[in-house]
Ligand binder design. Structure first.
Ligand code: PEP
Ligand code: MG
Length: 537
């Protein structure tokens, strides 16, 4: 047995086989071949396998995200069957006597160049699809695992690092745990692990040779055991059962009020990234959705989601929550959440760069498309809109103007929308410090402690090295939270927390004392926080 220590980002126990996940980007070796016909057969077989994988992905996406979003996999299949693409690969193999991997990579580069130079936005966007399908074929030719397809058996994913876009594409039913070498506890992948309720460790020096081995992840102690002995395996099976039992006990709290022993009430809402998280929200009895990270729709797509695609998702969330509050946060892309099709470009300091509301105010069409979709969906439930990364009153005024324009456009064409509250995230020190002024302009505040801590302490939340000093309990952060709550209440609006700190049970009492009106946490934390609230005097 081997034993490794890491840092736990979600407590829990997982027992199962290791799946070594490697990045999509493949190394392509270039070498001469003698048997061109054999090489072309090898290519054709890889292409067939890629088409089979894409067909399966289409079916999965159809179930999880609907026909509109699934369609992209059909487009990928068509591209792989494209005559020009295949002619180019065959030609490089036959006439230059080059290996299939190189022929595919070369073809991908040429087609990428061609598509990205086209005027038409649709074709421009296809340039990335060409890269994507080609990498799939190359990884099959290389014998590596492809994309985020992790097979059919539930597994413990071991990876160097995981981007949020890779994590969201994985089949949640097949994920027992994550173990990564890089990553930090406040990264979005870590947040996803918590939302999905799966144990996760970071900072473990990983090895590819572990692939397929039996392992145990202990998210309580941050330990990773490989090839555990029978005795240890049984011990952990028993612990896991105990864990299940205490989870079941929490279920008794369903339907109970979030009220302290002295009668103080607080709302406990849930954070989600997609419609697939709704089941967990209902199972854990959250009273609403305090943060819908809408950017995950953009991350899961290979093109800017259309108004209709977004509308369908927001409508589904609003309808499922059946009149309970649903706070949709507008696009918070940038920093660690990147999509190729937006061509945001490399920045020296992306966390402080072109992201979130800055993009939306600079590209009003992207913003208006999303606002139209949200407003249309608001006719089907109780939707509020929240804006990320605010630093000034002026931004809020611009936002309100744009929202009014969109409403006027909908009025002109007779499309209905509901009463929508407008709120902002307080996640920059600037917003916290001027929260007295901002409170006059909005209906609510939701404090994003993940970014607020990052910017207050000048500690990159993504930097694993700084994890030990990323201290969300820092007095500076807590004072800012108190200041925001007080300023909100002076103007008669409510204030909540939707950052990870909201689920920190050691602070629940303090948050109640501070007068917070709401805590929005990963669905799995709703009942533990309720328990803590109910036991507080
Ligand atoms: C936050 O910054 O606390 C927050 C909730 O937003 P995100 O984690 O998505 O940046
Ligand atoms: Mg944030």
């Amino acid at each position: 047995m081997q034993q490794y220590s890491g840092k736990s980002i979600f407590k829990g126990i997982a027992i199962g086989k290791i799946y070594f996940y490697s990045k999509g980007e493949q190394q392509v070796k270039r070498h001469k071949i003698e048997d061109a016909a054999g090489e072309i057969t090898r290519y054709n077989n890889a292409k067939e396998q890629a088409i089979n994988e894409l067909t399966k992905l289409y079916e999965k996406a159809l179930k999880e995200v609907g026909e509109g979003n699934a369609e992209i996999f059909n487009v990928h299949i068509m591209m792989l069957e494209d005559e020009d693409y295949n002619d180019s690969v065959n030609n490089i193999v036959e006439n230059q006597s080059m290996n299939a991997e190189y022929a595919v990579a070369r073809t991908a580069d040429n087609f990428y160049e061609m598509f990205s130079n086209m005027e038409d936005e649709y074709f421009k966007a296809r340039a990335f699809d060409i890269k994507d399908i080609s990498e799939r074929v190359i990884s099959i030719l290389n014998g590596a695992s492809t994309g985020s397809d992790i097979g059919n058996e539930p597994v413990i994913i071991v990876a160097n690092d995981l981007a949020p876009s890779e994590t969201v594409q994985m089949d949640k039913d097949k994920l027992l745990a994550f173990v990564t070498e890089l990553g930090s506890s406040n990264s979005h992948t870590a947040i996803l692990a918590r939302t999905m309720n799966i144990p996760a460790l970071i900072g473990v020096k990983i090895e590819e040779s572990w692939n397929g081995k039996m392992a145990i992840v202990d998210g309580y102690t941050g330990t990773f055991y490989i090839d555990p002995e029978e005795e240890m395996l049984n011990e952990y099976k028993a612990k896991k059962e105990e864990e299940e039992n205490s989870r079941k006990l929490l279920q008794d709290l369903k339907g109970k009020e979030n009220v302290t022993l002295s009668g103080q009430k607080i709302n406990i809402y849930a954070n989600i990234g997609n419609v697939t998280d709704l089941a967990a929200v209902l199972q854990n009895d959250a009273s609403g959705i305090g943060l819908f990270r809408s950017e995950f729709l953009y991350l899961e797509s290979d093109h800017l989601p259309t108004e209709e695609e977004q509308f369908q998702v927001y409508k589904q969330v609003a309808e499922t929550m059946a009149g309970k509050k649903v706070i949709i946060r507008t696009l918070d892309i940038g920093a660690d959440k990147q999509v190729d099709y937006l061509n945001l470009g490399k920045e020296d300091n992306p966390a402080m760069g072109y992201r979130a509301i800055r993009i939306c105010l600079n590209e009003p069409e992207i913003f208006k498309t999303q606002l139209r979709a949200i407003l249309r969906a608001s006719a089907f439930g109780n939707i509020s809109i929240m804006f990320p990364m605010i630093i000034s009153v002026n931004e809020v005024l611009q936002i309100k103007k744009i929202v009014a324009e969109v409403k006027a456009e909908l009025d002109t064409v007779g499309i209905e929308y509901g009463e929508v509250e407008l709120g902002i995230m307080i996640e920059t020190p600037a917003a916290a410090i001027i929260s007295d002024l901002l409170a006059k302009e909005v209906d609510f505040f939701s404090i994003g402690t993940n970014d607020l801590t990052q910017y207050t302490l000048a500690i990159d939340r993504q930097n694993a090295k700084l994890d030990p000093i990323y201290d969300a309990h820092h007095e500076a952060v807590l004072r800012l939270i108190q200041m925001v709550v007080d300023n909100a209440h002076k103007e008669g609006i409510w204030a909540g927390i939707c950052g990870e700190l909201g689920a920190d049970l050691s602070l629940t009492k303090r948050f109640l004392e501070m007068g917070l009106d709401e805590l929005s946490v990963s669905p799995t934390f709703v009942l533990p926080v309720r328990k803590e609230v109910r036991e507080t005097k």
